[in-house]
Ligand binder design. Structure first.
Ligand SMILES: CC(C)(COP(=O)(O)OP(=O)(O)OC[C@H]1O[C@@H](n2cnc3c(N)ncnc32)[C@H](O)[C@@H]1OP(=O)(O)O)[C@@H](O)C(=O)NCCC(=O)NCCSC(=O)C[C@H](O)C(=O)O
Ligand SMILES: [Mg+2]
Length: 285
């Protein structure tokens, strides 16, 4: 069953209260952050705090991803060495430029018995990384992309989200080609609910699986935007029923609400129902 990732909340690993609070927040996934949200002099302590938090658990069935610092910084190697002791579900590598970055991380994970099952996620936030999206998506252990729209805007000199559309869409294309998840970037104005809602709806329409978030108040909006609505579920059921009835009559096309339903639409309808089931299972866990 696909892991729901409608809402993916960053939590600075230096904030012990936030680490505790996260256990009660209905976010589908968490990114425990050791990179940009943690000041340089706090990084060693945050790394140890996070290792203990992961070992203690309490985050339920949520997907747990740890963002380490890059290996070109003074902290990346120590982050991985320390966190490996907690057998992390997934490691998120920032500023990935090519498949070689992923292969190097995968080799380190391969060499440690505690990280045999650890998956890799890539921050897509450099111009070179965007141009290499397809090879990065196909690299070993890859499970997902996270768009880093702040770094990308900085490196591109882009002032608007519109200016990053090609980059966002290239990453969705690469992710879909290689069967990994693709999560949209953060919405910085965390008190602007209408703005967040609009950006979530746009990201969903582009094909993103969910949105990265920086504040708990953003979670419900992302969950609503990226989850199937009651109407979506009802339509999916009616499409499947109509198509099954059409097949029984020897026909390959049904009509629902004045629109054709063929086998490809039924695949989408089944995916909608599977996603609804996965969300219900996560929420019940
Ligand atoms: C943005 C914040 C600094 C705001 O913090 P604060 O002023 O403490 O907010 P509140 O007082 O409204 O908090 C209310 C309660 O919620 C908890 N809280 C706040 N944020 C989080 C969180 N992210 N996860 C879990 N819990 C959180 C507070 O502790 C309060 O709890 P309580 O006291 O029990 O009531 C802050 O939200 C924050 O630091 N957010 C995360 C910022 C971050 O992670 N940034 C890095 C990721 S973005 C990025 O790097 C993207 C990418 O790389 C790119 O390039 O784009
Ligand atoms: Mg970044």
């Amino acid at each position: 069953m696909t892991q729901p990732c409608r809402s993916v909340l960053y939590i600075p690993a230096s904030r012990t209260r936030a680490l505790e609070k996260a256990k009660t927040i209905p976010t589908d996934a968490i990114i425990f952050d050791l990179e940009d949200a943690v000041a340089a002099d706090e990084k060693p302590a945050a790394r140890d705090t996070l290792k203990t938090a992961l070992q203690d658990g309490g985050y339920g069935a949520r997907l747990q991803i740890t963002r380490i610092n890059g290996f070109d910084t003074p902290w990346g190697a120590d982050d991985l060495a320390t966190l490996a002791e907690a057998a992390p579900q997934a490691v998120l590598l920032p500023k990935v430029n090519s498949a070689r970055d992923i292969e190097a991380l995968a080799a380190l994970l391969d060499a440690n018995p505690k990280t045999q099952d650890t998956r890799i996620w890539a921050m897509m936030e450099t111009p070179q990384g965007i141009l290499n999206a397809a090879e990065i998506a196909s690299a070993p252990r890859m499970a997902g992309f996270v768009m880093g729209t702040n770094d990308l805007a900085k490196d591109l000199g882009a002032r608007t989200r519109d200016a990053m559309m090609m980059s966002l869409q290239l990453c969705v294309l690469a992710a879909r080609t290689h069967g990994i998840l693709c999560i949209d970037g953060v919405y910085n104005a965390f008190k602007d609910e209408d703005g967040l809602r609009a950006e979530c709806q746009q990201g969903r329409d582009f094909g993103f699986d969910g949105k990265t978030l920086i504040h708990p108040a953003q979670v419900a909006i992302a969950n609503a935007a990226f989850g199937p609505t009651a109407e979506d579920i009802d339509l999916a059921r009616r499409q499947i029923d109509a198509y099954v009835a059409a097949l029984a009559k020897g026909e390959a096309v049904a009509v629902v609400d004045g629109k054709i339903v063929e086998n490809l639409h039924v695949e989408t309808a089944r995916a909608t129902l599977a996603k609804a089931d996965a969300i219900a299972a996560l929420e019940a866990a």
